[in-house]
Design a protein around this ligand. Sequence first.
Ligand code: NOJ
Length: 538
Amino acid sequence: MEQSHLWWRDGVIYQIYPRSFADSNGDGIGDLIGITQRLDYLVELGVDAIWLSPINPSPDVDFGYDVADYRNIDPKHGTLADFDHLVKAAHERGLRIILDLVLNHTSDQHPWFLESRSSLDNPRRDWYIWRGSPKGKREAPNQWQSVFGGKAWEFDEVTGQYYYHMFCPEQPDLNWRNPEVYREMLDIFRFWAERGVDGFRLDVFNQYFVDAQFRDNPRKCGIRPFDCQHHLYDTNQPEIQQVVADIRAVLDRYPERYAVGETFLPTTEMASSYSGPGKLHATFDFTMLKSPWNPARYLQCVLRQEELLPEGGWPNYVLNNHDNSRTASRLRAGRGDEKLKVSAAMLLTLRGTPFLYQGEEIGMRDIQVSRAELQDPVGKRYWPLPVGRDGFRSPMQWNGEANAGFTTGKPWLKLHPGYKTRNVESQRKDPASLFNFYKSLLRLRRMYAALQRGMFLPLHHNPQRVLAYLRQDAAQTILVALNFARRRSKLALGGEITRHQWEMLLSNKEKSQPSIDKGWLQLDGHEVCILLQKPGSG
Ligand code: NOJ
């Protein structure tokens, strides 16, 4: 029988980028105590779970995504005791905790790699992917490229061989074909699950294996060398299916544990093939995050997921994360937030788990960084190409005081200059703010089971301007109509439909009743209209 409430299916997950969320000790870097102090904020907002980007010890070449110890907390973020306290405080408030596990690669400072590189016969040599030159010359084993720039092979003078890295040279890939590595990786899940962690976000999980024969990728046209290859052999190998099954088996030994996989170079089809019963609970496909501002395109993303997910699978939707330009900047929201209210209403009323990213709820914009201010290895490598990710990671804007209330010290990355007016405190006071709109949406989602688990029934009229759909279960029918256009638009509901049959649940236009006339729903520019069908009018 279907479980009546599942936190990861029916709830909303909020991503915290710990470095930039809240700093409690004035060192300019966010920490676990800072997060614990802000838990009531997350309760007020109305989310159900938090995903923490990596907090393990890390030399920060890739800001936490280069791990030097999987079973500890980086001192800049706190201690294991701080973590236990955070988990306890979150659970007391009904919030779940999701950890980011970066198991494709370690830091080159991880003791395993230091051992591995020390000699050809070190017991951990085979824990990483080492190859000699093909013809005895000093030449990389094949033409594979790193997605962060340059060759994917780094020559190591100590033993005269190359090691493989999909990301920075300081992030050597683990060899998941080694049974000890495999066991160790699964054990990391147990370690954190025993500590009370509710779920895991698996960094680039479909990158864990590369071709055992190290075949060259076929070539294609592209801008960066990485884009000039079809990634047939250096990613997404068939062995992943067994891994996801084994991870699921570990998690299923604990009640209500969850795993969401970050799919590397995803398509919806590929991502869907790794999720569902016996596999990961969810996988990201990111098509919505890459979509232009066009309701027909968003609908297409939804229908693709609905179509391709296996039976028992559950969709998820993401509009923002730490790797991509924020919606406010990407969608050119301008100074106002009306467009962002439309995208928020879509994200939070679709059938699937929504993921929010810190600051999205107040419409934070990307910061502009000069070359001297660059921190992200991708930004540095490709400068002046605007592909760096610092812009999306600026500190959370809590209030209009010094450093937006993020830190009393010098922030590790600069703040957005607009923080004096755009911040949590000021938006809290404004009933028409984006923050209060997110709160209302989250409240609505909690109140109506139809918005959580109900069917998704698209309405296909006016698809270039309006995204409209019903969410329906046995008890309720909810109509969501979103006008993506700046101008007025209308939606045909059918001649029989009158406004007396519908109750306004949420509007961003201060309407208490929907504008329905002779079967047409009239929508103002960028209007969000969420209606509940009155009993007996179906
Ligand atoms: C995906 C993460 O989201 C990104 O931030 C990171 O740089 C790479 N994986 C490498 O771990």
